[in-house]
Design a protein around this ligand. Structure first.
Ligand code: ADP
Ligand code: MG
Length: 159
């Protein structure tokens, strides 16, 4: 499945979708999240951390001031927030390439602020509809992403 669009009502639904993705994720997965401030990117990332079995009590916050937060669940989760990134050189300094080519899961908020496009299996565009509703447009960019998306879409109605 190359593309899938869904609507969530309330932060819990977005989080549940992220959780399912975290449960399904295989080592090396890279997911890019885009959308305005408050669209739900961090909320989705919190769900992914849950799904990977990050110990409860570990806060998954918007890492806007740190650029990278690492969470240790079934697989390591590298959660980047590039909102304050000024140059691609900074991304290199953060060790992005080593992380993204490794065996963890990489999630990137605000990847669309970069002048270059990062390679990824999956892109998720979140759009604010109203106070509680968000549209999530998933796009798979390779076969791994397509398989994952089919599994995610296939079980989303059981969340
Ligand atoms: P971002 O990281 O994109 O800036 P956040 O995840 O930090 O956004 O914030 C999303 C905000 O919107 C939260 O306060 C959350 O409670 C609220 N919200 C309301 N409805 C939804 C929804 N359907 N999905 C995600 N967040 C929602
Ligand atoms: Mg955020």
């Amino acid at each position: 499945m190359r593309a899938w669009t869904t609507l969530t009502v309330g932060a819990q639904e977005t989080r549940a979708l992220g959780r399912r993705l975290g449960e399904l994720a295989r080592p090396g997965l890279v997911v890019l999240l885009s959308g305005d401030l408050g669209a739900g990117k961090t909320c989705f990332a919190q769900g992914v951390a849950d799904g990977l079995g990050t110990p409860t009590g570990t806060p998954v916050t918007s890492p806007s001031y740190t650029l990278l937060n690492i969470h240790h669940g079934r697989l390591p989760l590298y959660h980047f927030d590039l909102y304050r990134l000024s140059a691609v050189a900074d991304l290199e300094e953060l060790g992005y390439d080593e992380v993204a080519e490794g065996d963890g899961i990489t999630l990137v908020e605000w990847a669309d602020r970069l002048s270059v496009s990062l390679p990824a299996s999956l892109r998720v565009e979140l759009r604010h509809i109203d106070t509680s509703r968000r549209e999530l447009r998933f796009q798979a960019d390779d076969d791994d992403g397509a398989k994952l998306l089919a599994a995610l879409a296939g079980t989303a109605n059981t969340l």
